[in-house]
Design a protein around this ligand. Structure first.
Ligand code: TRP
Length: 414
């Protein structure tokens, strides 16, 4: 990954550090166990996350900053607590989060901005940054822009039709609303519908970014379709809408998985030249795939994830059939203990359902051979089923409030 664009550009800040703390439970099972000198085991771009992700290394390669104890202290000062997803380092990296926290300290408002590419149905991994975004909205009373990049997902795969994307857009909006964002403070932007609000800003951005920069940042090549090459300013545009709405430079914080960082690099590159603040980011890891050791859950591989529309039997089947960090036999498990850090079931429970104390106990019982995989899988199956059942109820209700959340009340033709 090219880190020039962050290094050159960032007077607001872009210090490079790589101290991510030393809690042994901090890294997900997707952190590689192979020798770090082996060369890249990872491939992380907005359209591709493959292999085992070494998150410490991404911080270095992308030139972002770790979420360290100073940041956590600032959160604590402002809210009286540290959210578990911060404590557990699920949100592990940032750009300019300290800038946002200082703005909050001074009583200034900021906007949240996040989004979804409607390439398929939504699974539990997608929900984590959204749930954290809702938490921030509730804590700080922030306005939220939620972009749906239906254009991006149409362009990025040769065989997706626009009808398919339309259906996913509708289905995904139900999931977004079911998270419970404050309707009076949340606006959903669907690119192909609300393009007139994005396009003038996207043009200003596009004019300031060369093809060679975007090639270096996104890995575009001669065989990339030209729609993709033109797309990044559309995802950058919502970063500046708050300043336009408010009539003055307005801070924006983007909670998103780390694979979206290339977009923010080019956006940060142009922000100050356009008279805006650089958008700040808080980056999450990926929820590991349920049935393999590496990579993230994937909409295109349904067996790797629990989807928000899965029936209880399907959830049960997926979870009970999940890959674990267990030994081949009970006897070996009793003897050697399991590999909790390499177990997706452990991480699902830790991030979603266990509190930290429960999870730490689960960890100790697992690695000591006291706990067998069946128990964890049962716990996860039960928790996931009841979580998805109540989400589904909210999802049904969401059908009546789509209009309320839309950026503008153009009729939606789904
Ligand atoms: N490109 C993102 C995706 O593929 C969607 C997106 C648009 C987004 N704007 C965003 C994600 C802002 C996070 C933050 O899912």
């Amino acid at each position: 990954m090219n880190k020039d664009s962050s290094n050159k550009l960032n007077s607001q800040s872009d210090r490079q550090t790589n101290n991510i703390g030393n809690n042994s439970l901090k890294d997900t099972c997707t952190a590689p166990r192979n020798n770090k000198n082996d060369g890249p085991s990872t491939m992380v771009t907005p359209w591709n996350v493959e292999g085992q992700v070494d998150y410490d290394r991404l911080i270095k390669e992308f030139g972002t900053q770790p979420i360290n104890s100073e940041i956590m202290e600032l959160f604590k000062k402002l809210t009286g607590e540290v959210h578990p997803l911060l404590k557990l380092h699920y949100f592990f990296s940032h750009r300019d989060l300290d800038f946002i926290l200082h703005k909050i300290e001074n009583g200034e408002k900021f906007y949240l901005y996040t989004g979804r590419g409607p390439s398929g149905m939504v699974h539990m991994g997608h929900l984590m940054p959204w749930m954290f975004t809702k938490y921030l909205q509730d804590k700080f009373g922030s306005k939220l822009l939620f972009q749906i990049t239906d254009d991006e997902k149409f362009l990025s795969s040769p065989d997706r039709t626009s009808e398919e994307i339309k259906r996913y857009t509708y289905e995904n909006i139900l999931d977004i609303i079911s998270i419970g964002f404050d309707p009076s403070n949340t606006k959903i932007i669907v690119d192909t519908i609300h393009i007139k609000h994005l396009y003038p800003i996207a043009l200003e951005i596009a004019k300031r970014i060369t093809f060679s920069t975007s090639k270096a940042v996104f890995g575009f090549s001669g065989s990339t379709n030209i729609g993709m090459i033109g797309f990044p300013p559309i995802q950058a545009a919502p970063c500046f809408i708050p300043s336009i709405i408010e009539g003055r430079p307005t801070p924006v914080l983007i909670p998103a998985a780390i694979d979206q960082d290339p977009y923010w690099r080019i956006t940060r590159d142009v922000a100050e030249r356009m008279g805006y603040y650089k958008p700040a980011q808080i980056h999450s890891k990926f929820l590991p795939s349920l049935n393999a050791t590496g990579g993230k859950m994937s909409s295109s591989k349904p067996e790797t994830a629990v989807f928000t529309t899965d029936e209880p039997e399907v959830i049960e089947k997926k979870v009970l059939g999940a890959y674990t960090g267990g030994q081949a036999t009970v006897a070996l498990q009793r003897l050697y203990g399991g590999n909790a850090l390499g177990c997706p079931v452990f991480w699902y429970l830790r991030y979603f359902f266990d509190d930290q104390k429960e999870s730490d106990e689960r960890f100790v019982r697992c690695i000591s051979g006291d706990l067998l995989c069946g128990e964890c899988k049962n716990d996860l199956a039960e928790e996931s089923k009841s979580f998805i059942t109540s989400l589904k109820r909210r999802r049904e209700k969401a059908k009546d409030s789509i209009q309320e959340y839309m950026y503008e009340n153009e009729p939606l033709e789904f």
